[in-house]
Write a protein that binds this ligand. Structure first.
Ligand code: AMP
Length: 228
């Protein structure tokens, strides 16, 4: 099962992917996480992308598509399926992704579009905190850590992403509207888009996605048995 999670920053893609991973073991591939790892390691690539990431701009298509291609064509757990979060963010990225997946004969099954409104996005992102060590996500109001500044999961230090400052969030939203909206049409035209209102709580979204996955599995099962 290969799914794309689409939606504005703050729609809850990372949170949802974390929960699905817990429930079903499907791997979470996040290009934002990969870039932050590179920045943390201080690699040449990390230094190259730092300004784009911290200012809320987009890393150039050629750079990010190369990183993603390396990840998706590795013969490890991604071969069994994944949830792709943060990619594609432009139509050229969507086209390159299709080309990569066609080469390895592993097309995307569907794109899950999480629509959210600006006030909800700002509330979620300004309060978001992340564990530096294990990546667990918290929220100062909705899901605060038990002990201030410390991760419930691993005791690691909790921090706020530089691009979660309110001004940068607005810039990320502008970038999203200008660059990523065409990606939604792209998957709609392919008949692969499933839309949901992401202003709802996480529990409701999780149930919706798990149900969509079940329905998808059942209908594919039918196709397999009809072919047999
Ligand atoms: P995210 O964690 O998905 O919010 O991504 C954080 C930042 O990483 C974005 O604001 C971009 O600067 C960069 N980034 C992540 N994925 C992509 C992508 N597919 N294309 C370009 N830039 C990206």
């Amino acid at each position: 099962m290969r799914i794309i999670l689409l939606g504005p920053p703050g729609a809850g893609k990372g949170t949802l992917a974390g929960l699905i991973k817990e429930k079903s073991g499907v791997v979470h591939v996040s290009t934002g996480d990969m870039l932050r790892e590179e920045m943390k390691s201080g690699s040449g690539l990390g230094q190259e992308v730092k300004n784009f990431v911290e200012s809320g701009g987009l890393v150039p298509d050629e750079v990010i598509t190369k990183i993603l291609e390396n990840r998706l064509t590795r013969k490890d757990e991604v071969a069994k399926g994944y949830m792709l979060d943060g990619f594609p963010r432009t139509q050229p990225q969507a086209e390159v992704l299709d080309a990569i997946l066609e080469k390895i004969n592993q097309p995307i099954d569907f794109a899950f579009y999480m629509e959210a409104s600006l006030p909800v996005i700002i509330q979620r992102l300004t309060g978001r905190r992340i564990c530096r060590q294990c990546g667990a996500i918290f929220h100062m109001t909705n899901m605060p850590p038990k002990e201030e500044g410390k991760c419930d999961e691993c005791g690691g230090e909790i921090y706020q992403r530089a691009d979660d400052a309110e001004e940068t969030i607005r810039k990320r939203m502008d970038v999203y509207l200008a660059s990523t909206t065409p990606v939604i049409d792209y998957y709609e035209k392919q008949g692969k888009l499933k839309k949901v209102n992401a202003d709802k709580g996480t529990e409701e979204l999780l149930n919706f996605l798990l149900k969509a996955l079940d329905e998808y599995n059942e209908s594919n099962q039918d196709k397999i048995s009809t072919r047999d």
